[in-house]
Design a binder for this molecule. Structure first.
Ligand SMILES: CC/C=C\C/C=C\C/C=C\C/C=C/C(=O)SCCNC(=O)CCNC(=O)[C@H](O)C(C)(C)COP(=O)(O)OP(=O)(O)OC[C@H]1O[C@@H](n2cnc3c(N)ncnc32)[C@H](O)[C@@H]1OP(=O)(O)O
Length: 243
């Protein structure tokens, strides 16, 4: 799957819905045993959740948007397929969550590309299931420090922390992703799938059990004037940085 929503592959409601439907179709296709996720937008894997979806909208819209974010994660993290992220650009916040939800992460070895859960820098808090996914990849201590600081890690640091599994030159990224996919697909599906479920079930079940409460929390949180102000200021900062 190649993300192609310029300029930055931000995860809008429309993008998330299309992504989830795409994953569902592949999941239901018995001929498809694995998926490599990458980007067709130069230098950007995904800029994370579309901030405009969280600014100045109705309570109903926030609820619909958050349900779509949850749905995407439940499908990807809970997928029976082998999932490989070929991270060919920067990948903050929700973009990082997509990579973290895959079975294996390969990143282009460009130190200008960074990845991490930087929510704290926006004045918002990564939800518990973003945090759980992060902890399952890098461990509690690294996740705690990185989350509190809202760190975006340049590719070499991300590899040192275990946030990505390996770095390769950009031109070799897809070749390497295909080799990793072949290695994972060489195992019998049932054994690999049951093992994956065993490792991920507790974290998936936690969101499923608290899904409606999580939506309510998101709506309450994002509707606060202080949070709206932080998000507006962050968007302004992005635009100013450009000019
Ligand atoms: C108690 C808790 C309860 C519940 C939980 C509650 C809340 C938690 C909620 C959500 C978690 C949030 C997750 C997220 O994913 S938030 C998004 C975080 N993303 C970022 O911080 C990335 C921001 N973008 C960038 O740093 C750069 O754009 C990037 C490095 C990706 C690319 O840089 P480049 O120089 O190539 O492009 P720009 O000129 O900066 O951007 C082009 C264009 O795109 C707009 N843009 C960028 N990112 C976003 C985005 N995420 N959403 C919307 N729009 C975005 C940018 O403003 C430019 O627009 P324009 O000026 O109009 O061209």
């Amino acid at each position: 799957m190649k993300f192609k929503s310029p300029p930055v592959n931000s995860l809008s409601l429309e993008f998330l819905t299309e992504f989830s439907i795409g994953l569902e179709k592949l999941e239901n296709n018995r001929a498809c045993r694995g998926v490599i996720i990458t980007s067709a937008v130069p230098k950007i894997f995904s800029s994370g959740l579309d901030i405009t979806e969280m600014c100045g909208k109705s309570v109903e819209h926030y609820g619909e948007f958050w349900r779509a974010v949850q749905e995407m994660w439940l499908r990807l993290y809970g997928s029976n397929m082998v999932t490989v992220a070929a991270v060919n650009g920067s990948s903050p916040a929700g973009g990082c969550l997509i990579a973290l939800s895959c079975d294996y992460r390969i990143m282009a070895e460009n130190p200008k590309f960074s990845i991490g859960l930087n929510e704290a820098q926006l004045g918002i808090v990564a939800p518990f299931w973003f945090k759980d996914t992060f902890v399952n990849v890098v461990g509690h201590r690294i996740a705690e420090r990185s989350l509190q600081l809202g760190s975006l890690h340049p590719a070499p640091e991300a590899q040192r922390l275990g946030l990505v599994d390996e770095l390769v030159p950009e031109e070799k990224l897809m070749e390497k992703a295909a080799a990793v996919m072949a290695q994972w697909l060489a195992l019998p599906d049932h054994a690999r799938q049951l093992t994956k479920t065993m490792m991920r079930k507790a974290v998936l079940d936690r969101l499923v059990a608290h899904r409606e409460e999580d939506i309510k929390n998101f709506i309450t949180f994002v509707s606060k004037e202080s949070i709206q102000k932080s998000l507006r200021m962050y968007m302004e900062m992005l635009k100013k940085r450009k000019s």
